[in-house]
Design a protein around this ligand. Structure first.
Ligand SMILES: Cc1ncc(COP(=O)(O)O)c(/C=C/C(=O)C(=O)O)c1O
Length: 357
């Protein structure tokens, strides 16, 4: 039958479902990765959030946040973003008929995301600074009531994203996986998913809870640093750097919630290099046919590293949340490939090549 969307959980959502601003978000694919799982010695699934309307999990938070904005009667919404939040905000603001301002770190936003934010009609400000500085400026504007802030510091965003946790349990037949692995930037998503999991667990829908496992890029890993020091005190990374620009964040606003989620679930945080991220992105695309942007592949890279370190038990049932579509960052994808074969439309020449494969 017709695929359900996240509004099937409307009784657990803190806004009027009949006032919803929706693009039929959620209800994303849940794909078993038999070959990759076999290679890693685990039972592996991916939750494919790139299949959301604007190509990332942000749509889940935005549908709730934008519905709340309409209920509040605001006329302007805003966010700072590494790209996907701005793409989602622009689309949902257009649907809601609200004015939309976005702050993006100059030169550090993947092509697809910038195209979306601009094309959906957001007023795009290219900030001379990184995401953290852009978020500080945007938060000040919100404090002075120039606009309604829809970054993940806004709890209504997390209320939408918690449905990823709901759906994973639902997809597994009302059971919890052993572990959920996902990339961590501003740390809203790991906090939101844990909230959804604990709500379903408290409601008695499943006996166990998963170990929440957050993966960060080595050059932008304040959460992993705090975890390694077994502390709740996150120390910001001044100049975060990674090719996975979506998670190029040094001062995650939801650090406390994220560390709580990791410690309370007996989970962990780990880092991966840019090389490991790009290798995992290609491995997932070519082994399982699932195309994701670099930041999303950090979850696969991190899982692989944890398995190799012996931190993941053989046979564990693991769900990797792959957060954004491959198309978001086409330049990085093409840079990771060999050039196309230049050849005349001479099929004899091409037959020769095909025979040699
Ligand atoms: C593909 C992708 N994967 C993972 C993350 C990290 O999630 P959080 O840890 O909840 O921040 C992001 C985050 C993006 C932004 O923060 C933004 O768009 O401003 C992302 O786009």
């Amino acid at each position: 039958g017709r695929r359900d969307n996240l509004w099937k959980y409307k009784e657990c959502l803190p806004v009027d479902a009949d006032k919803r601003v929706s693009l039929d978000e959620g209800g994303t694919p849940f794909c078993r990765c038999e070959k990759l799982g076999k290679e890693l010695g685990i039972d592996l699934y991916v939750k494919v959030e790139g299949s959301n309307p604007t190509g990332s999990f942000k749509d889940r938070g935005m549908t709730i946040g934008m519905t709340k904005a309409m209920m509040l009667g605001v006329d302007t919404v805003g966010c700072a973003s590494t790209g996907n939040t701005s793409a989602s905000l622009a689309a949902y603001a257009a649907r809601a008929g609200l004015r939309c301002a976005v702050f993006l770190p100059a030169g550090k936003v993947a092509l697809g995301k910038l195209a979306q934010a601009m094309f959906h009609g957001a007023e795009v400000f290219s900030i001379n600074g990184n995401f953290d500085e852009a978020l500080e400026a945007m938060t000040q504007l919100a404090r002075e009531k120039y606009l309604y802030l829809l970054n993940s510091i806004n709890p209504f965003r997390l209320e939408g994203q918690k449905t990823i946790g709901y759906e994973i349990v639902h997809d597994l037949g009302w059971e919890s996986p052993d572990r959920i692995v996902l990339p961590v930037g501003n740390a809203g998503n790991i906090s939101a998913i844990w909230k959804g999991i604990t709500e379903f667990h408290n409601a008695g829908f499943m006996d166990d809870v998963p170990m929440m496992t957050g993966i960060q890029a080595e050059g932008a890993c304040p959460i992993a640093n705090a975890y390694r020091d077994n502390t709740m005190d996150m120390v910001p990374v001044e100049n975060p750097e990674t090719i996975a620009t979506a998670i190029r964040i040094g001062a995650p606003v939801s650090a406390v919630k994220a560390l709580r989620a990791i410690y309370d679930s007996n989970g962990m945080a780990e880092t991966v290099t840019d090389e490991e991220i790009l290798a995992a992105q290609k491995l997932l695309a070519r082994t399982e046919g699932v195309g994701v942007e670099p930041a999303s592949a950090a979850s696969i890279a991190g899982l692989k590293k944890l398995v190799e370190q012996g931190d993941v038990d053989k046979g564990e049932r693991v769900v990797c949340v792959v957060t954004g579509h491959l198309l978001k960052d086409p330049n990085t994808a093409i840079d990771a490939c060999v050039d196309p074969v230049q050849v005349d439309a001479d099929i004899d020449k091409i037959k020769e090549i095909l025979l040699n494969k």
